[in-house]
Write a protein that binds this ligand. Structure first.
Ligand SMILES: [Fe+2]
Length: 253
């Protein structure tokens, strides 16, 4: 599986606070069946002052530590970008952390961006903001709308974003009901509508926010079939990250 939303890098946000914690999370991702993870720290003006260049530096250090620790996990980086007017400045400065990384910056892969709205609401004008990004060739991937109170209250609040061409990422723990009943119900409704492109861990640590992709994959396979589970945890994320995926092996005759 490819996990395209994970707070893996140490000391950048509310994820791991030390290299040891990050390496432990990396081992847990491998044990959970993840072969490639995109490290996506919060990019949140006024709270987490991360941007593409600073995340790149931390990512390079972490990849070395991962090799020393002999952990068999491919790690690229992007960011979970807060919906904020400063996004436009970073775009102009080449500081937006796209899911496909440098290939996207160089125009050799699609420009997709994890975009986070405030948990309590869908802000007025958010759709116009997304429309502006789309006009610049950037696809907003709206992260965990099933945990957004505004969407929980009224699913239709997310429809304008789908109609524009935005994509949706669910959190694995929501799919299996570990983010509460409302998030689970909303996740299900979004899946039923066919609006979901990707399920990702959004893991932060090994305590309350551990990776749960394996369990989510099993749940999806049981309820929607193995092809849908593969699409949401491997093919969908690969497309957004500019990665190629080996063809599915057919079962032995
Ligand atoms: Fe996140």
């Amino acid at each position: 599986m490819i996990d395209l939303h994970c707070h893996l890098l140490p000391g950048l946000d509310d994820g791991p606070t030390s290299l040891e914690e990050s390496l432990a999370l990396a081992r847990a991702l491998v044990a959970d069946g993840v072969t490639h993870v995109v490290a996506t720290p919060h990019v949140y003006p006024g709270r987490y002052a991360n941007k593409r260049s600073s995340i790149a530096a931390e990512h390079a250090r972490f990849v070395q530590a991962l090799a020393v620790a002999k952990i068999p996990l491919a790690v690229s980086f992007a960011g979970e970008v807060r919906l904020d007017p400063e996004v436009l400045d970073w775009l102009a400065e080449g500081e937006l952390p796209f899911l496909a990384g440098e290939a996207a910056v160089a125009g050799k892969a699609h420009k997709a961006l994890l975009l986070e709205m405030p948990d309590g609401q869908v802000p007025l004008g958010a759709d116009r903001f997304c429309s502006m990004l789309l006009k610049q060739g950037i696809t907003p991937v709206i992260v965990h709308p099933e945990r957004n109170r505004g969407v929980m209250e009224k699913l239709e609040r997310i429809r304008p974003f789908i109609d524009l061409g935005c994509q949706i990422q669910l959190t694995a723990a929501s799919v299996i009901g570990e983010f509460g009943r409302n998030a689970h119900t909303t996740a299900l409704q979004l899946l039923e509508q066919g609006w979901v492109s990707v399920v990702a861990s959004d893991a932060h640590n090994l305590r309350g926010r551990a990776p749960r992709l394996q369990a989510a994959h099993a749940w999806l396979a049981e309820h929607y079939g193995p092809a849908a589970a593969r699409q949401l945890t491997l093919i969908g994320p690969a497309q957004l990250c500019g990665l190629t995926v080996p063809a599915a092996q057919s079962p032995p005759a």
